[in-house]
Design a protein around this ligand. Structure first.
Ligand code: NAD
Length: 506
């Protein structure tokens, strides 16, 4: 593999999707590096910060006409988007691999998630249902209706460079809202590809307003502008808790709606009755998949002391043979970290864990001679004596901290004993333990699973987490309500004017 290969490969994929060369192959300020070898694979012009307001005005103009298009017709656009994504799944998946470093099947899986949310949103476009409510007044009817809100700002992270946009855009557009997307500065090329794919769906659709979906290529400051604008009533922001802490008060200050999808520190409890074979496979996928760079990656393992030796030995053996390498090659399970900063955070966390009494197996850098500018990490398991401060932090890398427990309540308290609240799971064949874990006294996370790892959610459920994960919900179930405004309607079809609560006036 040479640098030329990667750049040429990227170029040909983008051109085949219809992205004009000047959008990624000129003198653009944003130099995009592939984590595969650290080489520059594109240069993208950044939007002037002063142009953000212009784009917001355009989104407002698009809103005026899109909000009155019947929702099932809006769904037709998303149906076409789903078709386009199906047709370009391989190309877009390959681009995700080149730009974000995901192994091929995970790159493709990410595009499949986009297709799945489109299917979901198309069905939703014929629902968006409210309630009818019994009125206390004769000859009156009460109901709830849901209306579009206005432009939806979408801020996304590097690790799901395309799916998170689709989760938001498919729902927002079916709900009647234009979208302004600020992708991660580390992954603007896949965003350009998505915009081109969306534009094809729009041209087949025929009469969508211009600027229904716009890109804002830039840095954090572009996201800040979206968060601050009173003309962007919804801001859906996915990224670190640090980013959410900056965005949330700005949106709240102007009474906007924020959907926050922030950091996680996800755990698994393995109980004595667990199927260990299943547990080992689930742990390996959820702790090392996407090189530990999923918001739902497994980071903390609580194993019952009666089975901990057996489980950890099996796990350490499985880790010993994990193929780390070029994510494009068949057989690779662990691709690169996104950049040097990520690798440094990985190494620093392992140093702190060792200082706190942890015993590390695995760890260290791989392929540094072949790729001095890329950062491949060997996944690490750290046997920790206790849940010390480094364990309570999210390090976005393949580190699994393993601890033992003797009592389930103690394990649940430890699993809940962090500031994040995204995903969690228990492996057990004991019904009482499973139900306890899912009960009000169990996991405090937005996602709690039994005999499945914490990562790899399906589109049908609402996705998101509690505490410092931000409290937002995206994707399935009734997450669509976050993109609409609720209106309570009372209709009087009588010839009287009775007042509620029996009040007499005049
Ligand atoms: P990041 O916070 O560095 O960046 C995310 C996005 O926020 C980028 O587009 C960035 O430009 C923008 N941004 C940064 N500061 C901002 C500010 N002050 N105002 C507005 N926008 C700002 O995150 P990252 O490194 O790209 O992604 C990794 C993090 O994202 C991890 O913490 C991971 O857990 C989290 N994540 C969460 C979810 C979820 O659904 N909960 C999903 C994916 C990633």
């Amino acid at each position: 593999m040479s640098t030329l290969d990667l750049r040429a490969q990227t170029r040909s994929l983008l051109l085949s999707l219809g992205v004009p060369a000047e959008r990624f192959d000129g003198e653009g300020e944003l130099r995009v590096r592939s984590p595969i070898d650290g080489s520059v694979i594109g240069q993208v012009p950044v939007d002037l910060v002063t142009s953000v307001d212009t784009k917001i005005e355009r989104a407002q103009a698009a809103f005026q006409s899109w909000r009155v298009v019947p929702a099932p017709r809006r769904g037709e656009l998303i149906r076409l988007l789903g078709e386009e994504l199906r047709a370009h799944k391989d190309t877009l998946g390959e681009l995700v691999t080149l730009e974000a470093g995901k192994v091929t099947s995970e790159g493709l899986g990410e595009v499949q998630e986009m297709i799945d949310i489109c299917d979901f949103a198309v069905g939703l476009s014929r629902q968006l249902y409210g309630l009818t409510i019994a009125s206390e007044r004769p000859g009156h009817r009460m109901m709830e209706t849901w209306h579009p809100v206005g432009p939806c700002g979408v801020i996304t992270a590097f690790n799901f460079p395309v799916a998170v946009w689709a989760w938001n855009a498919a729902l927002a557009i079916v709900c009647g809202n234009p979208v302004l997307w600020k992708p991660s500065e580390k992954t603007p090329l896949t965003a350009l590809a998505c915009q081109a794919i969306f534009d094809r769906a729009v041209s087949r659709f025929g009469d969508a307003p211009a600027d229904l979906q716009q890109l804002l290529v830039g840095q954090a400051v572009h996201g800040e502008a979206l968060a601050a604008s009173t003309k962007v009533p919804i801001v859906s922001a996915t990224g670190s808790t640090r980013m959410g802490r900056a965005v949330a008060p700005v949106v709240a200050q102007r009474f906007g709606k924020a959907i926050l999808e922030l950091g996680g520190n996800n755990a698994m409890i393995v109980a004595p009755s667990a199927d260990l074979e299943l547990a080992v496979r689930a742990i390996a996928f959820s702790a090392v998949g996407t090189a530990g760079q999923r918001c739902t990656s497994l980071r903390r393992l609580f194993v019952h002391e009666a089975i901990s030796e057996e489980l950890l030995e099996r796990l350490e053996r499985a880790y010993g043979s994990l193929p780390v390498g070029d994510p494009r090659e068949a057989g690779t399970l662990v691709g690169p970290l996104i950049d040097r900063t990520s690798y440094e955070a990985f190494a620093e966390a392992l140093r702190r864990a060792t200082e706190a009494g942890g015993q590390v197996s695995g760890g260290g850098r791989a392929l540094s001679e072949e790729h001095p500018q890329a950062f491949y990490a060997r996944p690490a398991i750290v046997r920790m004596p206790r849940q010390s401060s480094v364990v309570r932090e999210e390090t976005f890398a393949p580190i699994l901290y393993a601890m033992t427990y003797s009592d389930l309540d103690e394990a649940i308290a430890l699993q809940n004993g962090v500031t994040q609240g995204l995903s969690s799971c228990i492996f057990t064949n004991d019904l009482r333990e499973a139900e306890r874990f899912l009960s009000a006294a169990g996991s405090d996370c937005g996602i709690a699973n039994v005999n499945i790892g914490p990562s790899g959610a399906e589109i049908g459920g609402a996705f998101g987490g509690e505490k410092e994960t931000g409290g937002g919900r995206e994707s399935g179930s009734d997450a669509w309500k976050g993109y609409m405004r609720r209106q309570t309607n009372t209709v009087n079809y009588s010839a009287e004017l009775p007042l509620a609560q029996g009040i007499k006036f005049g």
